[in-house]
Design a protein around this ligand. Structure first.
Ligand code: ME8
Length: 645
């Protein structure tokens, strides 16, 4: 135990409707580092949370007819369940709507104002609401946001400004003197060349055109700019500036702040300058990771190609998804997600290599040694030595990769050991050794070595996979004290431990069958409406509502309307009466799909003649005006004619 504090953070997430696998990537990678450091005896504090303020959220809540707080509460519950599902071991979860955070932001703003680093002025400029970013005229790309290409809004407001320019030289010097501050180094260059060296403008840090933010407490018509609000989370969560700032004293400055590449700019310019102005130390490192992309584009809900981590966990298990995210994406660069590569990784690395090695080893110990790990005996220097030395070397090789957060390379080291074991089985041919007494003495050594390598691999896998190491230990009968990193050295395993055959760690997946099931696109289908969910209409009284006569109606017959592309003609039974109703649902239903079904009819709608057929009423459908449509009906069988209210 070295007990040194280690503070690591993820960005705090925007409450968008659903987190996708790209978000999960960032958090799972951070979790792996946190778990790794804990395993190495550090006193880790891992912070994540939710970034809940801003115009975007205010607008969305309004569209849905709920308060912004109600809107974010619901979504943040979803974040917490996803992190729980994916075994994300955070120590702190900060919400920017927490009163402690709000008070901290207000104190920071006031201090900077009082010391002259924030001043009031008139502002005219361009604002990208989706990115919550201000842009100068010259920074726009064809009049649009240079980051997301969406239109910007011209904003004219009296605002507070933060003197970024005053600190620019100090920041440039800091970046140059501390090559580790921004990682990977390419991102440091990008910040220097694109933003710092051309010169920093002062930053507009308050808004008056919306309310959903932290109010400037000495000038309440202003709310604090969301990025100043959001970035402060990293210290507000530790009690910065409060009476009880024990966590702050212990953990700040952060050892590493993991962020996506598109927000490195905020974390390596605004954030360090804010800290300089407050007289606080800067984080030791900001690491900008790449994106998980689909077909060359960043995942995003608006592109309609989101892949749901909850669905993927349900289908393949948490460890399979964690493994894919951590092994497939080179840390710092972009990685591509496809169902095919995910299944390939599961089959190749997890089922064939690791899973098979365990089941073969346990089965052989069971068969040839009555289920007890044998004591090593007849060593073959040539063959065994290379396995020993690899097993002895791997832990430090892995440490070297993890020192620079090269998680996929660290996992590749463990895989090297697993592959070497599989080759060792081929070379030693245990099934032949089992045939003679002398061979059996040698076989004892071979199986001890295999069990020992598996134990070492399982210990090293602990930071990355949360369920598999425990399963390996259980099958090998590894006692608790030998599951610890302190016991990682090859050869500590005690002969005599009882192995226990278990289920396959990762069942093989039939790729073709699976892809067919997932659909031609190879991605789990997301049901996403074609249009934004429209806002709830203006309130009406019960009197207005009661004017509409909704009834249950049974479809007696249904046919296409001749020469009409979209229409079906339905004969409906409505409490002893038969009616004809025309409905534009031919694209979704064949006539036979509907016969016998009970639907909801607007029974007192004035008759209308559509394509020569008189329609008396209208049946209710839920639709997004795009491809999604369903006729609406009761959840249990009920007689036609019943009133729906
Ligand atoms: O940026 N691949 O929040 P956010 C990899 N609230 N990472 C991805 C990704 C993808 N496809 N999509 C998103 C914000 N991310 C701010 C942060 S911090 C003070 C405020 C990553 O919910 C993204 O790069 O839009 C970012 O690091 C994180 O998810 C949260 O994104």
């Amino acid at each position: 135990m070295n007990n040194k504090p280690f503070y690591i953070t993820t960005p705090i997430y925007y409450p968008s409707d659903k987190l996708h696998i790209g978000h999960a990537y960032c958090t799972v990678a951070t979790d792996a580092i946190a778990r790794y450091k804990r395993q190495r005896g550090f006193d880790v504090y891992f912070l994540t949370g939710a970034d809940e303020h801003g115009q975007k959220i205010e607008r969305k809540a309004k569209e849905r007819g709920v308060t912004p707080q109600e809107y974010v509460d619901h979504i943040v519950d979803g974040f917490v369940s996803l992190w729980k599902l994916m075994d994300v071991s955070y120590d702190g979860f900060i919400r920017t709507t927490d009163p402690l955070h709000v008070a901290c932001v207000q104190r920071i703003f006031k201090q900077l104002y009082e010391q002259g680093d924030i001043y009031k002025d008139a502002y005219e400029g361009h604002y990208c609401t989706p990115c919550e970013s201000f842009w100068l005229e010259r920074q726009l790309k064809d009049g649009c946001c240079p980051d997301c290409n969406r239109p910007v809004e011209l904003v004219q407001e009296e605002s507070y400004y933060f003197r970024l320019s005053k600190y620019a030289d100090r920041l440039i010097a800091h970046i140059r003197k501390n090559p580790d501050f921004i990682q990977p180094p390419s991102r440091a260059n990008e910040m220097l060349q694109n933003f710092l060296l051309p010169g920093l403008e002062d930053l507009c840090v308050s808004r008056t055109s919306f309310q959903w933010g932290v109010p400037v407490d000495f000038d309440e018509k202003h709310v604090v700019y969301v990025w100043v609000d959001a970035l402060s989370n990293y210290i507000s969560a530790l009690g910065y500036g409060t009476e009880d700032d024990t966590l702050y004293q212990k953990y700040w400055p952060a050892d590493v702040q993991i962020v996506g590449k598109e927000i490195v700019r905020f974390h390596t310019i605004i954030w360090p300058i804010l800290l300089m102005a407050l007289g606080q130390p800067l984080p030791k490192q900001v690491f900008g990771h790449g994106w998980l992309v689909l077909d060359g584009g960043k995942m995003s809900k608006s592109k309609g190609n989101v892949v749901d981590p909850v669905q993927l966990c349900a289908r393949y298990g948490v460890d399979a998804l964690r493994y894919f995210l951590l092994r497939e994406v080179p840390f710092g660069s972009d990685g591509v997600f496809s169902n095919e590569t995910l299944i390939y990784r599961i089959n190749n690395d997890l089922a064939n290599d690791l899973g098979n090695l365990l089941s073969r080893t346990v089965a052989m110990i069971d068969k040839y040694f009555g289920g007890e790990i044998p004591a090593p005996d007849a060593i073959n220097i040539e063959v065994d030595d290379s396995l020993f030395s690899l097993a002895a070397r791997i832990p430090s090789e892995l440490d070297a990769r993890m020192d620079t957060w090269h998680i996929p390379d660290a996992i590749a080291e463990i895989n090297r050991l697993v592959s070497a074991c599989n080759k060792y089985i081929d070379v030693t041919a245990p099934w032949l050794l089992a045939k003679t007494e002398e061979g059996k003495r040698r076989l004892a050594t071979v199986l001890y070595n295999l069990a020992e390598c598996l134990r070492v691999a399982a210990i090293l896998l602990i930071p990355f996979l949360t369920q598999t190491p425990g399963k390996i230990f259980a099958q090998l009968g590894t006692p608790q004290d030998l599951r610890d990193i302190a016991a990682v050295a090859f050869g500590q395993g005690r002969p005599g431990a009882k192995v226990e055959k278990g289920e396959a760690l990762f069942p093989r997946i039939d790729l073709e069958k699976e892809l067919a099931e997932l659909g031609a696109a190879g991605a789990p289908k997301e049901i996403a409406p074609a249009c934004e969910i429209p806002p709830i209409k203006e309130e009406i009284g019960y009197d207005d509502f009661s004017k509409v006569d909704f009834r249950l109606a049974k479809v007696l017959a249904c046919e296409e309307v001749p020469k009409a592309k979209k229409l079906l003609k339905l004969q409906l039974a409505v409490g002893g009466e038969t009616r004809t109703v025309v409905s534009g649902i031919k694209k979704w239903y064949a006539p036979t799909d509907l016969v016998g079904k009970t639907v909801v009819l607007v029974a007192n709608l004035k008759p209308a003649t559509i394509c020569g057929v008189e329609s008396r009423g209208m049946i209710l459908c839920a639709s997004d005006e795009g491809d999604l449509l369903s006729v609406v009906g009761p959840m249990v069988e009920l007689p036609d004619g019943l009133v729906v209210r």
